[in-house]
Design a protein around this ligand. Structure first.
Ligand code: CO8
Length: 370
């Protein structure tokens, strides 16, 4: 078996920022208009009046202050409430491939893309069914070997890292790129007050190489662990059978849906147990752990998990959050945290990357600074 290292990470961040106040103003304008248009049905008790959203609620419930999006105008237009992206010709790169390539080039740094022999595009939705976005990324980078797409929602990145690491361990590839282009704005229902604040857009990339003769700064991948347990509580029913089901209308369940309270209650023990089990298996105690890079969905959730794993309140910087700036970026969140908050770690320092979300799914990666 070969050993594996993470030798680079990259983050593509869109230019457009939406603050909570801007988001709430757009939602409230939409709600007022909808209520006026449906006043008769509301008065007759056939429809329920839409209530205003609030920036104070969003910050208190989630810790999110702003989010990046590929298109701001479409999302904030009360007549539209979703991004407007120009369709691409078949000859042009897909949007997902384009932002993934940006992150991948940052992860590669000085490494020759031609030495990459595996590209995995791991994300919570795909721009098209086929050809795989990963094969397009492979071609745009000039990488060799093979490429494929995979989807485990919020855990796509860690599951992708385990898949790539396993292939490096067994010798089928030497250098792998796991890219996570997440255009969450396109499958979020911005007209639903309960979830309109949750997500943002981003792309991340992680470069994994066989740990042999490496000279630059890197993290040894000590161990990876993935788990799933079916739940309906986070769901998107859009899919290729839609036409066959004669269901072409704009139904609510064709976008992201969740029962947030249940997710909160059920996922926390699942994740805490998963991390504790993984650390135990590797003989790692809470005192050995210098940093936790957690999935970025909710600050209260992360505070709880950090305390549970370490057995005390995490010190500042020990469990860095980026969700205040990026919101939930699905699979990319823990990788953004790792990418932006790992350079200061000393040789021998051990940390843990952990994602969790729809499925339910949990993935963890234990790394050691070389
Ligand atoms: N403004 C004001 N009030 C509001 C708003 C709002 N925007 N939204 C809800 N309220 C009200 C509610 O109506 C409710 O009122 P009442 O008490 O009168 O009924 C009250 O505020 C409390 O509402 P909630 O119970 O919903 O509030 P919570 O404290 O539970 O917070 C959260 C809501 C933040 C959603 C929280 O439940 C949470 O974070 N849960 C965990 C979510 C999570 O981790 N999900 C993971 C999903 S991500 C994933 O797996 C990837 C999916 C693929 C990507 C999809 C991309 C689009």
């Amino acid at each position: 078996m070969h050993r594996v290292a993470i030798t680079g990470t990259g983050v593509f961040t869109p230019e457009n920022v939406i603050t909570n106040d801007e988001l709430v103003a757009a939602f409230n304008a939409y709600a007022d208009r909808w209520n006026a248009e449906n006043a008769v049905a509301i008065a007759a008790g056939e429809l329920t009046e839409k209530t205003h959203s609030s920036s104070d609620f969003i910050l208190a419930a989630s810790g999110i202050e702003r989010r990046y999006v590929l298109d701001k105008a479409g999302v904030l237009d009360p007549d539209r409430m979703y991004p407007k992206l120009t369709p691409r010709n078949d000859e042009d790169p897909s949007v997902m491939a384009e932002i993934a390539v940006d992150a991948a080039r940052k992860a590669l740094g000085e490494v020759d893309p031609g030495t990459v022999d595996l590209v995995i595009c791991a994300a919570s939705n795909m721009e098209r069914a086929y050809p795989a976005v990963a094969v397009e990324v492979q071609q745009l980078l000039g990488a060799g070997g093979f490429a494929f797409d995979m989807n485990v929602a919020c855990s796509s990145a860690t599951f992708g890292i385990q898949t790539a690491a396993d292939m490096i361990r067994t010798g089928s590839v030497k250098t792998a790129l796991v890219v996570n282009p997440e255009i969450c704005s396109a499958h979020l229902e911005w007209r639903d007050r309960d979830c309109h604040f949750i997500f943002g857009d981003v792309a991340t990339a992680t470069l994994l190489q066989r740990d042999e003769g490496l000279t630059g700064p890197h993290f040894k991948v000590k161990s990876t662990r993935c788990a799933t347990q079916f739940s309906n509580n986070i769901r998107n029913n859009n899919g290729y059978l839609r036409r066959a089901h004669d269901q072409m209308e704009d139904r609510r369940d064709m976008q992201f849906m969740q029962n947030g309270r249940k997710v909160f209650k059920e996922v926390l023990p699942l994740v805490s147990r998963h991390i504790a089990g993984h650390m135990d298996e590797e003989g790692i105690t809470p005192d050995d752990l210098k940093r936790l890079w957690l999935h970025q969905a909710n600050k209260t959730m992360n505070d709880y998990i950090g305390k549970k794993v370490l057995g005390r309140d995490p010190e500042p910087g020990e469990q860095p959050n980026i969700l205040q700036d990026y919101a939930n970026t699905s699979s990319a969140g823990s990788i953004i945290a790792f990418s932006k908050h790992s350079a200061d770690m000393a040789p021998g320092d051990v940390g843990l990357i952990c994602s969790f979300g729809a499925g339910y799914s949990v993935g963890s990666v234990i790394v050691e600074r070389a």
